[in-house]
Design a protein around this ligand. Structure first.
Ligand code: ADP
Ligand code: GLC
Length: 482
């Protein structure tokens, strides 16, 4: 039996701010249980729902040094859907209304978490063959493992994987402060280790010291080796190119299933969508103040409202787009300028545009089910899960060809009768608008073609099974078992 530990700052259903939580919650369930014992460790945040906190069982606690501090480390445990979850408890670090705040506090919080992840292992008697780290928050796990933990035989030979879900966030602060926080020696603060452009960088530490580095799509794995997408680590990623691979994300096909989803108005499948899917649209139009018109093409957006997602393009041509026979529904939170932009258009084009500026999981399912198309013109996109959810619900994605969007949405080719969505290349608002208009043309003038695309979209398989196998192969390779 091979033992794998996922170290992550979020995982569904316990805590979620973005796609990382979906991945860390769903992927562990998809490994072959005959050969892999995959467990997950994450912080116990005060902002988790009471329902979950009540179900956690206290195992033990101890004290651990971090820089000059001596910190309480509580260990809580819960089995959920067959997976063992461990939670690190420390009310000093993990209080507050959300998981993330700002640097340098977040750096101290996740330095604590990363060191605690290693410290708890002998205590719970679980010695992983591989620790699989996710994003900068766990970047120090491979670093600490390389450091003082090597004095304990228990840790010898443990391998580490660093998965980059978003290179934009790296956990950066000045060297002196980070040295004080982490207690790591001068040795680590050199340009071939944690130091990047004179500052200390957690993700860089993870990339340097991990045995393998992955990211969440093939295209993004290539893109991040270039200056435009490399976020100033492209040189390092080129240097580690042999240990860097892209493994595309999947989604949980049990949770995202239009046939059984309890959040949506009317269930449907690949056979019944022609009649049933539209009922979701009619109800959503009613509930969200859109004009009730089953024939109007509804474009959905469910997203963090940040510049990553291409909202500058949408802002630029929104007035033009609203002259067309389309409706737009947005569900999202984030940067104020985008929140206000959508509120403004909701006011200006009431009945055609509906802005829902909050976080709402069930409503997101209803939008995936109700919309005809899903707009995601990202500036960059490591993988993207929303377009996969859309495909699953027979809602055709309109995307920019970057990162995982390029790898998962096959562009419509009217001559060959192929494709599962619509895409454009350049980060240009009118190129996006032309692509949306091309989709409108097919939707209004050639419904049969549109429905055939829906057939293909719903038949595409983005469950985890294929990608989980690729992770298994990588673990086997790392452990030295072919
Ligand atoms: P990212 O991780 O960059 O935010 P992904 O597409 O990988 O992008 O994942 C986003 C996830 O968050 C999806 O599951 C999406 O449905 C969900 N999501 C984003 N915003 C909201 C919201 N306001 N309400 C509900 N779910 C949301
Ligand atoms: C990040 C990326 C997103 C990806 C998700 C899960 O949040 O922005 O593209 O799907 O992580 O890997």
């Amino acid at each position: 039996m091979k033992r794998i530990l996922f170290a992550t700052s979020e995982a569904v259903p316990f805590i979620k701010t973005g796609g990382l939580a979906d991945v860390a919650g769903a992927l562990p369930k998809c490994f072959d249980k005959r050969y892999f014992d995959v467990r997950v460790i994450l912080p116990k945040y005060a902002c988790m729902k009471q329902e979950w906190k009540d179900k956690m069982e206290y195992i033990t606690h101890f004290y651990m040094d971090l820089g000059y501090k001596n910190c309480y480390v509580g260990i809580m445990h819960m089995e959920y859907e067959g997976i063992q979850f461990y939670f690190i408890d420390n009310e000093y670090y993990f209080s507050g209304p959300k998981p993330y705040d700002s640097a340098p506090w977040d750096l101290e919080k996740f330095a604590f978490f990363s060191k605690a992840v290693l410290s708890v292992l002998p205590v719970i008697g679980f010695r992983p063959d591989v620790i699989h780290c996710h994003d900068w928050q766990t970047g120090l796990v491979p670093v600490y493992l390389h450091d003082s933990f090597q004095q304990n035989e228990f840790f010898w030979g443990i391998k580490t994987v660093m998965t980059i879900h978003n290179l934009k966030f790296q956990g950066v602060w000045d060297v002196k402060t980070v040295q004080g926080i982490t207690g790591l020696s001068d040795y680590y603060f050199a340009p071939d280790k944690l130091e990047a452009y004179k500052d200390a960088n957690f993700l860089k530490g993870g990339i340097v010291f991990a045995d393998a580095v992955t990211t969440v799509s093939n295209t993004y794995a290539e893109e991040i080796k270039t200056p435009f997408y490399g976020e100033r680590l492209d040189g390092l990623l080129c240097a580690r190119a042999h240990d860097l691979r892209g493994i595309v994300n999947g989604i949980d096909y049990d949770v995202f299933n239009p046939e059984t989803d309890k959040c949506i108005t009317r269930n449907y499948n690949a056979k019944t969508f022609r009649k049933e899917k539209v009922k979701n649209k009619i109800q959503l139009q009613k509930d969200l103040g859109l004009n009730e018109d089953p024939n109007a093409m509804l474009i959905g957006i469910v997203s963090r409202l940040t510049d990553q997602k291409g909202f500058d393009l949408i802002a630029y041509v929104m007035d033009e787009l609203c002259q067309d026979a389309v409706q737009i529904v947005v569900l999202g939170t984030g940067e104020e300028r985008y929140e206000n932009m959508f509120r403004h258009f909701d006011w200006k084009y009431h009945g055609k545009v509906s802005a829902q500026i909050y976080y709402d999981e069930p409503l997101s399912h209803r939008i995936y089910a109700a919309s005809d198309a899903f707009l995601m013109p990202s500036l960059f996109e490591p993988c993207g899960l929303s377009q996969l959810m859309s495909l699953r619900y027979g809602t055709l994605p309109i995307v920019r060809e970057t990162g995982g969007l390029k790898d998962t949405v096959q562009p419509y080719n009217e001559f060959e009768g192929t494709g599962t969505g619509f895409s454009f290349t350049n980060y240009n608002a009118h190129e996006m608008l032309a692509t949306v208009r091309n989709a409108e043309r097919v939707y209004y003038d050639n419904k049969r073609e549109w429905n055939k695309m829906v057939d293909r979209a719903m038949a595409a398989d983005f469950s985890w099974s294929h990608s989980a196998k690729q992770y298994e192969e990588m673990y086997n390779w790392l452990i030295g078992d072919k």
